[in-house]
Design a protein around this ligand. Structure first.
Ligand code: FE
Length: 201
């Protein structure tokens, strides 16, 4: 089962168990309020699977600029903020992990001459990253996706891709992987946590 499906099911189970229990034992609004204040998704499963790797594709370029925003003046497309963390398989945040994104513009084209929509950053002390960019456009043969490389300090590079939920082309793309679907949050915001197996050298 995908991590997304797993968290969704766990949230469903939590809600369906906690709320009737609160009502049955007369705990009142306090418990209900606590349940509502919990984050919608857990930060990390007990023993999450490592994020699967995927093909790099033909458009990676090394030495991207270090930046958390790929937004340029006059850029077209729908803005999106992607946030999350880099975690180990025992749920520890990985600080100073390299996270390097590249993706197509709103028309489905990559900038292979320059570095538009390319950028790397390092996770903070809590293993977190944040990317401000646009929703990638579609190009023939693929569903909508981000490319990304993630690397804990002194560990191998994980090359993978991230996908959007509910994309019709997900069903037709042989590379698509349901464990790599971002979680859409509020308008313009999405989340994905990378999980690295730090025992790999
Ligand atoms: Fe691509």
């Amino acid at each position: 089962m995908s991590r997304e499906a797993w968290t969704s099911r766990r949230d469903f189970v939590r809600i369906s168990v906690v709320l009737p229990a609160a009502i049955a034992f007369g705990a009142g609004s306090e418990v209900t309020a606590q349940a509502q204040q919990r984050p919608p998704t857990p930060a990390c499963a007990d023993h999450p699977d490592a994020t699967p790797g995927q093909t790099e594709g033909p458009y990676f370029k090394p030495r991207s600029p270090r930046r958390t925003s790929l937004l340029e003046p006059g850029i077209g497309g729908t803005k999106i903020r992607l946030t999350g963390a880099v975690l180990s398989t025992d749920c520890k945040p990985v600080s100073q992990a390299l996270v390097d994104f590249w993706h197509a513009d709103s028309q489905g084209s990559y900038d292979n001459a320059g570095y538009n929509l390319r950028g790397h950053q390092f996770t903070d002390d809590h293993g977190r990253y944040r990317l401000d960019t646009i929703v990638p456009g579609l190009y023939p043969g693929r569903t909508r996706h981000f490319h990304v490389k993630v690397q804990a300090p002194h560990r191998p590079v994980l090359t993978t891709q991230l996908y959007f939920p509910g994309e019709p082309a997900n069903l037709k793309d042989s590379i698509f992987h349901r464990d790599l679907v971002i979680r859409l949050q509020d308008a313009g915001a999405a989340a994905f946590d990378f999980v690295l197996d730090l025992s790999r050298r």
